[in-house]
Design a protein around this ligand. Structure first.
Ligand SMILES: [Zn+2]
Length: 321
């Protein structure tokens, strides 16, 4: 196996530092190329850890690779350096600036370099974390327009949820949409919490990536892979229920994340810091599984506290551990 690092873009900054987009390439043969991308949002670190776990596995199994694995773990280095979601110099969301332009402003040059680097890949997985307010169970999010091609690729990924969402114009300038439109399959993974690493989720995702790549011929069929034991629930805009706070206060959940719940079951309460009052009881709007749960307790009226995939039948409930 050959390991090399290259720079897909290097630009001079005003004070003569250089902004560099780095890639690590593992090559084991002429099989398909796949890529892991993360750090488009500078406050999301879960994907950086997944990239590390992939690298560590490949380095420990140098004869298992039949194709090429590329890691672009830090697509927004300035954002990562300064703990900012967007590109600090231009105050824009890089993931709303695809596909970019080689002669454009800095954000467009960065996104163009990423698009160029990923051309021809058999599969790209763009890994995001949630923000600091919400914890997300590992999930793949797919735009309905690409569902026929992408759902079969997402199923072996060892995720807990596949969320098929309606097409939205604002999402057309994302990396995933731009790649899928150019015929490069790209899955968007969302897991954990912003500014944090959740090692168990990283491990879950590593297993799913390796199994998926094995199915594509990137990893040898006899490679010793750990089992994938997560079966995804399919969420759509029709069966996802949102729980928004009815009043401001401190939201204290009384259930664990990724729990199967019955309609009207208590999920937590909103309490007052100024007295003993419980301001609101929060209950499940439907039978289902709690796949998003608020991590940051302070809520305003309307704040999102949880999301449930409504299952509506007892069989679905068994999908939760
Ligand atoms: Zn993100």
């Amino acid at each position: 196996m050959e390991i090399r690092q290259d720079e897909i873009l290097s630009l001079e900054l005003p004070y003569r530092e250089r902004l560099t987009l780095r890639r690590t390439i593992y090559r084991g043969g002429d099989g398909p190329r796949v890529a892991v991308v993360s750090g488009i949002h500078g406050d999301e670190l879960e994907g950086l850890y997944v990239a590390h776990r992939v690298a560590r596995w490949l380095e420990a199994h140098p004869t298992a690779l039949r194709g090429q694995v590329e890691l672009l773990p830090a697509v927004n280095p300035l954002g990562l350096d300064t703990l900012e979601r967007g590109l600090p110099t231009h105050d824009v969301d890089l993931n709303r600036n695809f596909p970019g332009h080689a002669d454009g402003l800095l954000p467009q040059r960065l996104t163009d370099a990423v698009m160029t680097a990923l051309a021809g890949a058999a599969l790209v997985v763009d890994i995001h974390a949630s923000n600091i307010y919400l914890r997300e169970i590992p999930q793949i999010r797919i735009n309905q327009c690409f569902a026929p091609d992408l759902v079969p690729l997402a199923r072996p990924m060892n995720m807990d949820v596949i969320w098929l969402h309606e097409a939205a114009t604002v999402l057309e300038a994302t990396l995933a949409h731009s790649l899928n439109q150019r015929g490069v399959s790209c899955l968007v993974a969302e897991l954990g919490v912003g500014m944090r690493v959740t090692p168990a989720y990283g491990e879950q995702m590593l297993r799913g990536l390796l199994a998926t790549w094995q199915g594509l011929g990137v990893i040898a069929l006899d490679a010793p892979l750990a089992p994938c034991d997560h079966r995804p629930l399919v969420a759509t805009d029709a069966n996802v229920r949102y729980l928004n706070a009815s009043t401001s206060g401190l939201f204290v959940p009384t259930v664990e994340h990724w729990t199967a719940v019955r309609k009207d079951a208590p999920l937590g309460h909103i309490v007052s810091p100024f007295g003993g009052a419980v301001l609101a009881e929060v209950t499940a709007p439907a039978d289902g599984v709690l796949f998003t749960l608020r991590e940051y307790p302070l809520v305003y009226e309307g704040s999102l506290m949880a999301r449930i995939v409504a299952t509506g039948d007892p069989a679905g409930k068994e999908a939760a551990p």
